[in-house]
Design a protein around this ligand. Structure first.
Ligand SMILES: Cc1cc2nc3c(=O)[nH]c(=O)nc-3n(C[C@H](O)[C@H](O)[C@H](O)COP(=O)(O)OP(=O)(O)OC[C@H]3O[C@@H](n4cnc5c(N)ncnc54)[C@H](O)[C@@H]3O)c2cc1C
Length: 435
């Protein structure tokens, strides 16, 4: 019988510690969910994180060289059966949405750049599967993918779903530098992507989201570009690549231009054509925005965990940092943001999986919340490390750089917030949210 001291007598009447999971303050995970989470966490800790740190220190050319740890990482991920998007036969969509959020958060925790590489790698196949086109699913199987949307002169402009979004003085939209001509059952593609295409230097298949001419010009009567979403094998004649891009963050993710010189594919390789293009693009983009929120929740959790650990090692002012009330406040502020991110990204995931009619301007809004908060969390977690936070010997400066990139990736955050606001106005005019 332990001796009764003042300390343990009063401990018995104090509240105990609450239930927490790896993913924070949520009701207990189901057995299957926990098993998947633990397997993904082990992969993220033992494979992804060390690979991400090693690749981050290489030049962009070295990252894609044949002996790069990037290729070893992809090989291990494939051999371990790591799937970016959970698809399990017979599992209802609600459970699948939750499972995907759990899986992708672990990947983001391991390394956000490699998580995006896996996500972009699977993207053409996933979108082909969602459209029910088995020929394209088979075409993408076993090939590393990418999503080609932005171009040197068409960044944010490719994200304007509605003609009224362009500036009042602009007579028409922007068709960009990479376009398609569709006729006689064939699509001919010419031009170049931006240097930002994730997996651009290494991808074997691309999903292109580009302006298209069906024989009546690139613009419709409202001056809005027509378009096509098309899956293109990147070993076809006429495809070439630019140099891999040197950049601030997500350095483990290879990025670079892809060039197309009259590249021809059959029209049946299109995921959306003609009048189906803008709704198709909207649906594709919704899926990408959701993944960004999940990945960045994982990154923020990694930053929080490192900071929490450091505050239990570092002593200043005669005590551990964690014993100072101001530091407890700062940890609480970080944890609060992390919980917000998880809640927002899970809600966007549920909405995208379950809503009869999803919309990318909503998921873009959730992407902004998650990526802005991830940046704030990485910034404050670095601050808790003091000067050590800035050195490459500690993990914080990399997380900070990786978080910074996400505020521009998949749409720049101010612009996306504007689009979410535009959507609320459209809904209001249609009768929503009237006092
Ligand atoms: C890590 C990372 C990964 C990426 N991966 C991919 C990928 O896989 N595939 C791909 O195609 N692209 C990818 N991108 C490109 C990304 O989608 C673009 O960088 C982004 O959409 C912004 O386009 P931009 O860089 O051309 O900026 P611009 O569109 O030129 O914007 C510059 C500034 O102008 C503002 N602005 C633009 N338009 C308006 C307007 N109408 N009104 C007011 N302000 C405006 C913006 O808010 C921004 O601050 C990636 C980018 C990053 C950083």
């Amino acid at each position: 019988m332990p001796q009764q001291t003042e300390e343990n007598v009063s401990a018995a009447v104090r509240p105990g510690l609450p239930h927490v999971e790896l993913t924070g303050f949520e009701p207990p995970l189901g057995d299957d969910e926990r098993a998947v989470q633990q397997a993904m966490h082990q992969f993220a800790r033992e494979v992804m994180r060390p690979a991400g740190i090693a690749i981050d220190r290489l030049s962009a050319e070295e990252v894609v060289a044949p002996d790069s740890p990037y290729w070893q990482f992809l090989k291990t991920a494939a051999a371990s059966g790591i799937e970016f998007d959970a698809t399990v036969d017979g599992v209802p969509p609600q459970a699948l949405a939750r499972l995907q959020a759990i899986v992708v958060e672990e990947l983001g925790w391991g390394d956000a750049g490699l998580a995006v590489s896996l996500g972009a790698g699977a993207f053409p196949r996933l979108m082909a599967a969602r459209s029910g086109n088995q020929e394209l699913v088979d075409l993408c199987e076993g090939r590393l993918g990418c999503w080609i949307g932005t171009q040197p002169d068409r960044g944010s402009d490719g994200l304007s779903l509605y003609p009224a979004e362009r500036h009042a003085a602009a007579r028409q939209g922007n068709k960009g530098n990479l376009t398609a001509r569709v006729s006689g059952g064939e699509i001919v593609i010419s031009g170049q992507s931006s240097a930002w295409v994730s997996n651009g230097p290494v991808a074997q298949v691309g999903l292109l989201t580009i302006a298209a001419d069906y024989g009546e010009g690139f613009f419709d009567a409202e001056g809005h570009p027509r378009g096509v979403e098309v899956v293109v094998p990147l070993d076809l004649p006429g495809v070439s690549r630019g140099r891999p891009l040197e950049k601030l963050g997500k350095r483990a993710l290879p990025q670079g231009e892809v060039y197309f010189d009259d590249v021809k594919v059959p029209a049946r390789f299109a995921l959306s054509l003609g009048d189906d293009y803008w709704p198709g693009h909207a649906s594709t983009w919704s899926s990408a925005g959701v993944a960004m929120g999940q990945i960045m929740t994982g990154l923020a959790r990694a930053a929080f965990e490192y900071a929490l650990e450091y505050c239990h090692e570092r002593r200043q002012g005669g005590a551990l940092l964690a014993d100072h009330q101001l530091v407890q406040y700062r940890l609480g502020a970080i944890a609060r943001k992390l919980e917000t991110m998880r809640a927002v990204s899970r809600r966007a995931t549920d909405y995208t999986f379950l809503s009869p009619k999803k919309h990318p301007y909503y998921t873009a809004g959730s992407k902004v919340t998650c990526t802005d908060l991830a940046f704030e969390v990485a910034d404050e977690a670095l601050q808790l490390f003091g000067g050590y936070g800035l050195t490459r010997e500690y993990p914080m400066e990399k997380l900070f750089r990786d978080a910074r990139a996400a505020r521009i990736e998949d749409g720049e955050n101010h612009l996306l917030t504007m689009k979410f606001g535009y959507l609320t106005a459209l809904l209001h005019r249609a009768g929503w949210a009237r006092p």
